[in-house]
Design a protein around this ligand. Structure first.
Ligand code: MN
Length: 195
């Protein structure tokens, strides 16, 4: 049985960049619903309920067909959001990993690449920094698809579903993406890169 993880900070902690109402609805309602629906889907398969979410997603091809899409959507939604909350903190931190500048040249180059992936994702999805073997890559996925399903390890994810920004930024996704960099928790990015 999966549970909605605590945010780790107050709903208003990321103001003015990400507003409290967005955080409250996004965490409680959206992420909450993914967790509920994931548990409901696994109801029929008690053995799967004790697995880690990472195992379910990495082994998505082995998930029974009748619940596979539900696990993709809701298991992906659960893992993506858990990672997202952890990836942010009030005031950010400037501890940018050497691996990032080594791969993408400067921090600004990396940000530009991830921003482009975020803005060009058509419809709902995520922009990602992932580990693919020994390499770092930036790309995007549709809906709640997790990089784990294609053998990649997510390091930093940016939610570009409208529910992530519409309350404050309306249709202005580029503005949301730009301010999001102010709340990135680079300490966590470093930790993920070193494990
Ligand atoms: Mn979301």
């Amino acid at each position: 049985m999966f549970v909605l993880p605590e945010l780790g900070y107050e709903f208003n902690a990321l103001e003015p960049h990400i507003d409290a109402l967005t955080m409250e609805i996004h965490h409680g309602k959206h992420h909450g619903a993914y967790v509920e629906k994931l548990n409901a889907a696994l109801e029929k398969y008690p053995d799967l309920k004790d697995k880690k979410i990472e195992e379910l997603l990495s082994g998505i091809k082995d998930i029974p067909e009748d619940i596979r899409q539900a696990v993709i959507n809701n298991g992906g939604g659960h893992h993506n959001h858990a990672l997202f909350w952890e990836s942010m903190k009030p005031g950010s931190s400037q501890n940018v990993p050497e691996a990032v500048t080594k791969t993408f040249n400067t921090l600004e180059d990396f940000k530009a690449k991830m921003t482009e992936a975020a803005i060009n994702r058509f419809g709902s999805g995520w922009a990602w920094l992932v580990k693919n073997g020994n390499n770092l890559e930036v790309y995007s996925t549709a809906n709640q698809d997790s990089p784990l399903m294609e053998g990649k390890t997510p390091v930093l994810g940016l939610d570009v579903w409208e529910h992530a920004y519409y309350v404050k930024y309306l249709n202005r996704r580029p503005e949301y993406v730009e301010v999001w960099w102010n709340v990135v928790n680079w300490d966590v990015v470093n930790k993920r890169l070193n494990t």
